[in-house]
Design a protein around this ligand. Structure first.
Ligand code: G6P
Length: 372
């Protein structure tokens, strides 16, 4: 009903507006003395946590993209190899698992059948299982050895938004906790990262300010048949998430690519007028990925692409090449995905709205897929 939407035009609009709170509430109470304190995780025992030699993240849909972002952070901070697997691909082979494998499932609903069956499978084969879940007491957390709840609040719109940013925050808390226990992060490093994580909600409030601009863009693009998304490092899963939203909501062809893969195939798709969103890494990125992605923009622009760059405040290098520049607040590389996804969530919603489609209940989809 209109009352439940709290004055918003759709649940999705309301839920995007709740992205700052989703992250804030997921962090709340989990930081003590500037360090991460997740008793749900430390209860597994320091010995066990130090012995983990592999993290395997399993999920479906948007939750899997949050897991892909988490992979970069957990590897960097805890120095444990991390793989991300779609739950339905994981289960139907004979995956190699050991008691030193930590299987981390991510699910908003906690009821996705494929994810649930993958968790049970992993558990039966002796792996430790930890669930990141947004629904108290759901089946997946009940079937797991440990659970870290996201506190995004109930998500009603079929396309996941606020749960995504909360899931990223939860994987970061996990990565920091593991890094602290395993000694791969000094207290100073951990405190610095925690402080940046705590700044994300405020930056998200600023990021929400692009809503009107995106609405205009979407109206102008209502007849677009195909949109590509390019990202690199933690921007790559964000590109995948942006593309998924367009498929789910606007029913158009959309694909996300790792920007470095462009010359290995996707660049052949670029023809005049092709719309490409590019997630531009910060110019302060220590791996100098910024200049590589700016080169990608030049390459596709030279072939006639219409480039919409998502770049941090003050990044002037993209201006000569991009047709549109959408700004996000300054943040260090790991904290950009939660901000950069905001314009993409808006874009999916606004393109669907511009086409007169039902934003909350897209055709053929269910909020929670409880069958195989
Ligand atoms: C469905 C929903 C998606 C969601 C996915 C995983 O496909 O439409 O929005 O990302 O399930 O759901 P979960 O509840 O496991 O996060």
């Amino acid at each position: 009903s209109a009352a439940e939407k709290g004055g918003w035009s759709s649940f999705m609009a309301k839920e995007i507006s709740e992205e700052p709170e989703a992250v804030a509430k997921t962090i709340l109470g989990r930081v003590h003395d500037g360090l991460v304190d997740l008793p749900e995780v430390t209860a597994l025992g320091a010995e066990v946590l130090r012995g983990i030699d592999r993290v395997l993240i399993i999920a479906c849909g948007t939750a899997a993209y949050a897991g892909m972002v988490g992979k970069y952070a957990i590897e960097q901070w805890a120095r444990i190899p991390v793989d991300v697997e779609l739950a339905h691909e994981f289960r139907y082979r004979e995956p190699v698992l050991s008691p030193n494998t930590l299987v981390v499932s991510i699910s908003q609903s906690g009821e996705t059948m494929d994810t649930l069956m993958a968790v049970k499978y992993a558990r039966e084969r002796g792996a430790r299982t930890l669930s990141i879940c947004n629904t108290q007491g759901a089946t997946i957390p009940r079937e797991s050895d440990a659970v870290v709840y996201t506190h995004a609040g109930p998500e009603v719109a079929v396309a996941s938004t606020k749960a995504f940013v909360a899931q990223i925050a939860a994987t970061y808390l996990l990565g920091l906790q593991l890094g602290q226990v395993r000694g791969t992060l000094s207290d100073d490093e951990a405190r610095g990262l925690v402080a940046e994580l705590q700044e994300v909600p405020e930056k998200l409030r600023t990021a929400l300010g692009v809503g009107e601009r995106i609405k205009d863009l979407a109206h102008w693009m209502a007849n677009t048949r195909s949109v590509l998304f390019l990202g690199r490092h933690v921007g790559y899963p964000v590109a995948l998430e942006g593309a998924l939203k367009l498929k789910e909501l606007a029913y158009i062809h959309a694909e996300g690519f790792a920007a470095g893969e462009l010359k290995h195939g996707p660049i052949a798709l670029i023809e005049p007028g092709q719309v490409v969103f590019v997630l531009v890494p910060s110019p302060r990125d220590p791996r100098s990925l910024h200049s590589k992605v700016v080169s990608n923009i030049q390459e596709i622009r030279a072939r006639g692409a219409r480039v919409i760059a998502i770049a941090e405040q003050g990044d002037a290098a993209v201006l000569p090449y991009a047709d549109e520049v959408i700004r996000i607040p300054l943040a260090s590389p790991f904290f950009e995905p939660m901000l950069a996804v905001v314009p993409l969530h808006y874009f999916g919603m606004e393109l669907a709205a511009a086409k007169g489609l039902d934003v909350d209940q897209p055709r053929n989809l269910a909020k929670s897929v409880t069958v195989e």
